[in-house]
Design a protein around this ligand. Structure first.
Ligand code: BES
Ligand code: MN
Ligand code: ZN
Length: 487
């Protein structure tokens, strides 16, 4: 979609969207149309008691011969609106335009540059469909091709939008990856797509199974051994900060399909397990966003890409594997595979890059859906400052997190009789014991684990997302980096 910002509306728009705050008068182009129509727009506003209250909308058809439609959208009380709320209004506008089957429109507002940019960002985030496998594109709700945003601060809006545009691109990439079926997006193909981000300025390294074996990544490789697809470990690096300054690191679970392995999952709903790489997709989209907006920070993104399949060569319940850290693991359930992969990737990242912090994202447990539903991702951390920063970024972006406990009592639940630990902790506190497992592979470095099983896929529809894949976490982690780790 082409988005432009103009200080003045183009002459005679066919479709005009007008954003009004509470009690605000119609801005220029809308006022001119109202006059030309003999006051039809203001009459309709009175008839429907449209005052600009938040979420109020008014659809005026054919006010004049030249104009097909004016849509008024209420933004709410001026001066009280957050960037997040402007963004939601932008998403709402893109939804209204899709319902009107419009492919281009003019959006007029008296609001300033930052607000106009947020509106455009929301529209861009919403304006997404995954239709590549449909031989006939759906006509019911076409994608917007062009949006002209009219604001008195057009220059400021354009400048502010550049960074938001970069983030939206990252979100869309993450959604694309999660929506892709697993026969198309297997580990090597995922790695290829990550590699292609080199043209955005990222350094991309791809580790092969032989290299991982040399590093001693027995936990990750144990999961991979049942699949016809080879695993990959991808390291993306963005060097936008001072040379030699320690990076921040993001780690993603990238199970391109999770059958459960020999501890196989039930058939119903198993198709959703193509999304079991939502953590890796988020890290990839985030890295693209940071590169596109040239973040002034050194950042590592590492993703463990593996398929968890069933086969004669697959690992069995009861197998013992040795992780890169040297710790041994009894694999009592092959469906608890995410933690096995992350054990090696987390260890590798802290060992090699000595990051300021590590945040990992993983569609790790069904239990987090039981605990938190789809509103919050589970947050587990060894560090209060990092937790607070994540919680604040969550509220600002709407990608909310809720902190859960980590304690020695829960840690005990994964002690094993025959190895250093087992990969399941029993029926209760499933998300917590999974997090305790990960923590055994993290040394002193500040670390947070986000369990995104409820938020990355099959997500709640919102003003800025209608797709099965949400791209959850890209906006959250971008905000974390922007607010605290860029100078
Ligand atoms: N990928 C699943 C978790 C999941 C469930 C993600 C639902 C998204 C939606 C994970 O690998 C898994 O299978 N976890 C098991 C752990 C159990 C065997 C201890 C689970 O949650 O049942
Ligand atoms: Mn599993
Ligand atoms: Zn899984």
């Amino acid at each position: 979609m082409k988005i432009s910002f103009l200080p003045k509306a183009p002459a005679a728009p066919k479709l005009l969207v007008c954003v009004l705050t509470l009690g605000e008068a119609l801005p220029h182009a809308a006022a001119a149309l109202d006059k030309a129509s003999g006051g039809r727009i203001s009459q309709a506003m009175k008839a429907q008691k449209f005052t600009g209250k938040r979420d109020q909308t008014l659809d005026v058809l054919a006010p004049t011969k030249a104009c097909d439609r004016v849509i008024l959208v209420g933004a709410g009380e001026a001066g009280k609106l957050t960037p997040r709320e402007w963004e939601l209004t932008g998403g709402q506008i893109a939804g209204l335009l899709a319902a009107a089957k419009a492919s281009e429109a003019v959006v007029e507002m008296a609001a300033g540059g930052a607000e106009a940019a947020a509106i455009a960002s929301g529209a861009r985030l919403r304006n997404y469909q995954f239709t590549k496998y449909k031989s006939k594109k759906p006509e019911s709700a076409p994608l917007l091709q062009a949006l002209e945003v009219v604001t008195p601060e057009a220059t400021k809006a354009k400048a502010a939008f550049a960074a938001l545009d970069a983030v939206a691109e990252g979100v869309h990439m993450a959604r694309d990856l999660v929506n892709e079926p697993a026969n198309i997006l297997f580990p090597e193909e995922f790695a290829r797509r990550a590699k292609a981000l080199a043209k955005a300025g990222l350094k991309v390294e791809v580790l092969t199974p032989a290299e991982m074996k040399k590093l001693g990544m027995g936990a990750l490789l144990g999961v991979a051994q049942g699949s016809a697809f080879e695993p990959r470990l991808v390291v993306l690096r963005w060097e936008g900060g001072k040379k030699g300054e320690a990076p921040v690191a993001f780690v993603g679970k990238g199970v391109t399909f999770d059958t459960g392995g020999v501890s196989i999952k039930p058939a119903a709903g198993m198709e959703d397990m193509k999304g079991d790489m939502g953590g890796a997709a988020c890290v990839t989209g985030l890295m693209l966003a940071l590169a596109r907006r040239k973040a002034r920070c050194n950042v590592i993104g590492a993703i463990g890409l593996v398929e968890n399949a069933v086969d004669g060569k697959a690992q069995r319940p009861g197998d013992v594997v040795k992780s890169m850290s040297g710790q041994t693991i009894a694999v009592l359930n092959t469906d608890a595979e995410g933690r096995l992969i992350l054990a090696d990737v987390l260890w590798y990242v802290q060992d090699r890059f000595k990051p300021k912090f590590m945040v990992n994202l993983a569609t790790l447990t069904g239990a987090i859906l039981v605990a938190l539903g789809k509103e919050h991702a589970g947050l587990f951390s060894n560090n209060d400052e990092l937790s607070t920063r994540l919680a604040e970024a969550g509220l600002a972006t709407g990608e909310k997190v809720w902190r859960m406990p980590l304690t020695p009592e829960y840690d005990k639940m994964i002690d094993s009789d025959i190895a250093d630990m087992k990969n399941i902790g029993g029926r209760f506190a499933g998300s917590i014991t999974a997090a305790q497992f990960l923590q055994r592979f993290v040394n002193k470095v500040p670390w947070a684990h986000l369990d995104v099983a409820g938020t990355a896929m099959d997500s709640v529809k919102s003003a800025i997302n209608q797709s099965w894949a949400s791209g959850w976490g890209v906006r959250l982690l971008n905000k974390l980096v922007a607010d605290h780790y860029e100078k």
